[in-house]
Write a protein that binds this ligand. Structure first.
Ligand SMILES: NC(=O)C1=CN([C@@H]2O[C@H](COP(=O)(O)OP(=O)(O)OC[C@H]3O[C@@H](n4cnc5c(N)ncnc54)[C@H](OP(=O)(O)O)[C@@H]3O)[C@@H](O)[C@H]2O)C=CC1
Ligand SMILES: O=C1O[C@H](COP(=O)(O)O)[C@@H](O)[C@H](O)[C@H]1O
Length: 498
């Protein structure tokens, strides 16, 4: 792990006029400042081509700040400034460098510490990185460069990007953000798995029947279809966010929490993933809602009228190692569904029937969002004189278990803090990235070819394509008997006799 930055750090956000900077990067920097996680002596510079005056810039970013009183906001804004310039303009980068150097000189900084955040489209990464290296880079100081996903469009473009960035910034200087790695419950996975023998001991093919990682969004592309059309749901959230969650869920125990120990294990498990089979997928695209109020994907004017872009996908995955051979794994993700939820479902094998006529399977649910929760569905005798079993749960729902005053950082807050501290654990390493693209590129090529079946149209606001239930059954998931699991209060007229 690299050393933590100190009190006099220059933080530059490139693409400061954009959506991500406004909605995530600056609010995250403010959140860290509000919580005392960022020294009040740092300097924060927004940089982009747009001509924006300082006051407008501050108004623009602060509109998205959460928490903190007006004094805190003003204190933070005093640390920020904006520079307008091109991404290949040595002249403007010299202005940036001078601004950083005068701050460092004023504060008697001997060894510079600089964090550059590229909140930019990937097409600009190499240009910005090379101008930075040429004009602003201080070889006697410490530099950290955060780059946003997508890191490429496929294996080839990802390798090109890697090849272009590698001579400019070392792997130690690079921090590739996948913001799912900053989510609280995702960060908890290693503790849940390896810190509890009751999970650790059964985390394998002998006890687990099936695994699902599911991502649902209750809204469509909301006018961003033009951007999404060349991306699709698989590239948007599966090749990165869901795959990252799955690696943490299935990898072996790292020897320590050291970033390289964790990332070595992630790479090892990724190498054991089987090829993604093109006949083991379910593809969908959302149409209008049943009441006609919500638009279909093709109603977005920025999308081609005959687009086959996939807004829903379910994929079967196999891992070929001793721990997981034969366990069906499903990744599924969709936009414009009935709810917004991201969760992991691990279903255990059934117990021996013997004494029970009917008994259901244990299921561990790890809800990443909203309202983080871990609950384990178990069989229990109905309380009282009944001898029947019912399905109930052991429940750790964060909102009822942890005080509301407890600060849980947002994903971007957590990751920027990690970068500040020099901790790479929750960032994507180059070899991890390469394997993930190698895994997904053949499938993406197939989905985007004429050979792929047209995606099934599902109504906006529905559960997704009709075939989903059968797809999940085919992958070993057994649905609970209707009405037998009730939450939060259980009505004792449940089915199932001892
Ligand atoms: N928005 C989001 O919620 C998320 C975004 N991301 C990723 O973060 C990065 C930034 O996203 P976002 O802020 O939405 O992107 P934007 O399209 O808003 O771009 C950010 C800024 O980059 C500059 N820019 C845009 N296009 C170009 C171009 N072709 N050439 C040079 N400069 C350009 C613009 O600034 P100017 O013209 O002033 O220089 C713009 O304000 C992307 O890689 C995106 O995939 C990842 C997760 C979520
Ligand atoms: O990277 C992306 O993630 C968001 C979902 O992030 P979340 O933190 O809100 O779950 C997704 O909406 C977007 O399409 C994708 O690019």
């Amino acid at each position: 792990m690299s050393a933590s930055f100190g009190n006099h750090v220059s933080i530059v956000v490139f693409g400061a006029s954009g959506d991500l900077a406004k909605k995530k990067t600056f609010p995250a920097l403010f959140g860290l400042f509000r919580e005392g996680q960022l020294p009040s002596s740092v300097k924060i510079i927004g940089y982009a081509r747009s001509e924006i005056d300082d006051a407008d810039f501050k108004k623009r970013i602060s509109a998205h700040f959460k928490g903190g009183d007006e004094n805190k906001i003003q204190e933070f804004l005093k640390l920020t400034s904006y520079i307008s310039g091109g991404y290949d303009s040595e002249e403007s980068f010299t202005k940036l460098k001078e601004s950083i150097e005068s701050y460092e000189a004023e504060n008697g900084v001997e060894k510079s510490e600089r964090l550059f955040y590229l909140a930019l489209p990937p097409s600009t990464f190499t240009t910005v990185a090379s101008t930075l290296k040429k004009v602003v880079y201080d070889k006697n100081g410490t530099t950290r460069l955060i780059v946003e996903k997508p890191f490429g469009h496929d294996l080839e473009s990802s390798r090109t990007l890697q090849k272009d960035l590698a001579p400019l910034f070392t792997e130690e200087e690079l921090y590739r953000i996948d913001h799912y790695l900053g989510k609280e419950m995702v960060k908890n996975l290693l503790v849940l798995r390896f810190g509890n023998e009751m999970f650790n001991g059964v985390w394998n093919k002998d006890h687990i029947k099936s695994i699902q990682v599911s991502f649902k969004e209750a809204f469509g592309t909301q006018g961003r279809g033009g951007y999404f059309d060349s991306i699709g749901i698989v590239r948007d959230v599966m090749q990165n966010h869901l795959l990252q969650v799955l690696t943490l869920l299935t990898m072996d125990r790292p020897v320590s929490f050291d970033p390289e120990a964790v990332r070595d294990e992630k790479v090892k498990i990724l190498k054991a993933f089987g090829e993604l089979e093109t006949d083991d997928i379910l593809l969908g695209q959302y149409g209008k809602s049943e009441d006609g109020k919500e638009p279909g994907y093709l109603d977005d004017e920025t999308v081609k009228s005959d687009s086959k872009c996939v807004t829903y996908a379910a994929l079967g995955i196999q891992i070929h190692n001793e721990r997981w051979e034969g366990v069906p794994i499903v990744l599924r993700a969709g936009k414009a569904l009935d709810e917004s939820k991201v969760e992991i479902r691990i279903q255990f094998k059934p117990v021996a029937r013997g004494m029970f006529k009917e008994i259901q399977r244990n299921e561990l649910v790890i809800r990443i969002q909203p309202d983080e929760a871990v609950y384990l569905k178990i069989n229990s005798k109905i309380p009282g004189i009944s001898t029947e079993t019912s399905m109930t749960d052991l429940d750790l729902t964060y909102s009822t278990r942890y005080s509301k005053d407890f600060w849980i950082p947002e994903a971007y807050e957590a990751l920027i803090r990690d970068c500040y501290l020099g901790n790479h654990s929750n960032f994507v390493r180059d070899d991890e990235l390469d394997i993930s693209w190698a895994l997904f590129t053949p499938l993406l090529n197939y989905i985007e070819s004429d050979k792929a079946p047209a995606p099934e149209i599902y109504p906006y606001g529905s559960k997704g394509p009709k075939g989903l239930r059968d797809f999940l059954k085919k992958h070993g998931y057994v649905f609970a008997d209707e009405g037998t699991y009730q939450w939060p209060l259980t009505n004792p007229t449940v089915k199932g006799k001892i």
